[in-house]
Design a protein. Structure first.
Length: 463
């Protein structure tokens, strides 16, 4: 039998192919400072494999990037030769502090602590800085952040969080290039997220709000925020804007002053009552010293109390739901020609409050009361600058009115009684008429307390 011989070099080639032998490479990850952080993923890899290096900073320190300028972390590498990469760590989030203010820019995706650097200005922001991803930025007491113009903003997005905790002695200050900068010199602070870490304490936001648009504001809330002992000083428009769905986890001992628009504009009704403490919220300079409520209705299905604010309902308002709404000194202005309305299933209780047109002789068109709940109350309430009527009590409505005033009003009557035969559902005492043409008007007549009234009757007394 004939033998077949295979040359040695062919046999060796076949062996290499069959055994899958590949060249090996060494990938090394180093730390710029082993106390500030470590690198994982170093090792031996075959040619064509993927190596993953991960820089892990020690608590309180920061990963800045790799020595070749790449900032990806973790970092994937296609292995084709030996290589060494050094992770640069720092004890400040922006690198080595050289005695100058630190410039902040772009989007932040890692946790950071902004320390007080002991300068007049510690950090500078020229354009919008985003705190995003899952990052939390903590600003320490005494820090001053300077915004250089209208494009300078600080915005919390994605699942980011911003914690600014100052003290009375060392507040955190956000301002323009100079403490005397014009009102509205720089942009604003925007909080879009609902992280519980969103907290402002002893923070002074000075001369922000570069846009006079009603919904811009020096501080805009689209998520949740705890805000205590803070000051918003100066804005071309509103000081504070709370948008739909936003609310405060705590709001206490703050003030909003020197705004050229309304101190607070809200399209979120919960922001007006959730977790509200005692506040010196705003100055009372006319004509804007009120909370502008940019809504025309809301459904209340729990117990809600509006406290001693000055509210402005420019579009009128319809209070709906099955809960209880209490006005406790929340004096309210209503847009000219607009009405307030209380739905038939809402419990409505008002103490020491007035409802008025925005200014004399501006007139609003009264409160339409439809609630059939048994414990509705208007006590020490004054209806001012009414047009047509101040209070309309609809058929089957139930209400107690005590120690209250009606007028001045133009035309019509103080109280419009829709149906005299159901007027027995209303208890009243000590009601004063201040220059309304008539204290009462009966729309649909009938018999009440043995007396017959005609349709569309004006009265100078309350039945």
């Amino acid at each position: 039998m004939k033998k077949t011989y295979i040359p040695a070099f062919i046999a060796l080639s076949l062996m290499l192919i069959l055994t899958g032998c590949h060249k090996k490479h060494f990938i090394v990850g180093k730390s710029s400072n082993d106390e500030w952080g470590i690198v994982t993923g170093s090792g031996t890899y075959h040619d064509g494999e993927t190596a993953i290096l991960t820089a892990i900073p020690t608590n309180g320190y920061y990963f800045l990037g790799w020595d070749d300028g790449d900032t990806t972390n973790p970092r994937s590498l296609l292995v084709n030769n030996d290589a060494t990469f050094t992770a640069i760590f720092s004890d400040t989030p922006f690198g080595i502090f050289n005695g100058e203010p630190i410039q902040i820019s772009g989007k932040i995706c890692n946790d950071q602590i902004w320390q007080d650097l002991g300068l007049d200005v510690d950090y500078i922001i020229d354009e919008t800085v985003y705190i995003g991803c899952d990052a939390t930025v903590k600003v320490m007491p005494g820090v001053t952040i300077m915004f250089t113009g209208p494009e300078g903003n600080l915005e919390v997005i994605d699942n980011g969080a911003l914690t600014m905790i100052g003290t009375m002695e060392k507040p955190i200050v956000l301002r323009g290039p100079d403490v005397k900068s014009l009102i509205g010199y720089w942009g604003h602070v925007v909080v879009n997220t609902t992280r519980p870490e969103n907290k402002f304490e002893w923070v002074n936001i000075i001369h922000a709000g570069s846009n006079s648009d009603l919904h811009y504001g020096a501080l805009k809330l689209r998520g949740t925020l705890s805000m205590t002992d803070c000051t918003i000083d100066g804005s071309r428009g509103a000081g504070l804007v709370t948008e739909s769905g936003s609310y405060f986890t705590q709001l206490k001992d703050n003030k909003i002053i020197h705004c050229q628009g309304y101190p607070w504009v809200s399209s979120s009704f919960p922001a007006l009552y959730k977790n509200i403490g005692s506040n010196s919220l705003y100055d009372f300079d006319e004509p804007y010293g009120k909370i502008y409520i940019d809504l025309d209705h809301y459904e209340i299905n729990n117990d809600v109390t509006l406290k001693t604010y000055r509210l402005y309902f420019p579009h009128g308002f319809s209070f709906e739901g099955t809960g209880t709404l209490t006005f406790n000194g929340a004096n309210s202005y209503v847009g000219e020609g607009q009405q307030l309305r209380v739905g038939k299933n809402l419990n409505f209780r008002v103490y020491s409050t007035f409802f008025a047109g925005l200014s004399t002789p501006a007139r609003w068109n009264g409160l339409i009361f439809e609630s059939e709940r048994s414990n509705n109350l208007l006590n020490d309430v004054w209806f001012i600058n009414c047009g047509g009527f101040c209070l309309k009590v609809t058929e089957n409505a139930k209400l107690s009115i005590t120690s209250s005033k009606l007028g001045p009003c133009v035309g019509g009557a103080g109280i419009w009684i829709e149906n005299i035969e159901t007027w027995g559902n209303v208890f009243h005492s000590n009601i004063e008429n201040f220059s309304c043409p008539h204290i009462a008007h009966i729309e649909h007549g009938g018999t009440y307390n043995g007396q017959t009234y005609q349709d569309n009757t004006n009265l100078n007394y309350l039945p």
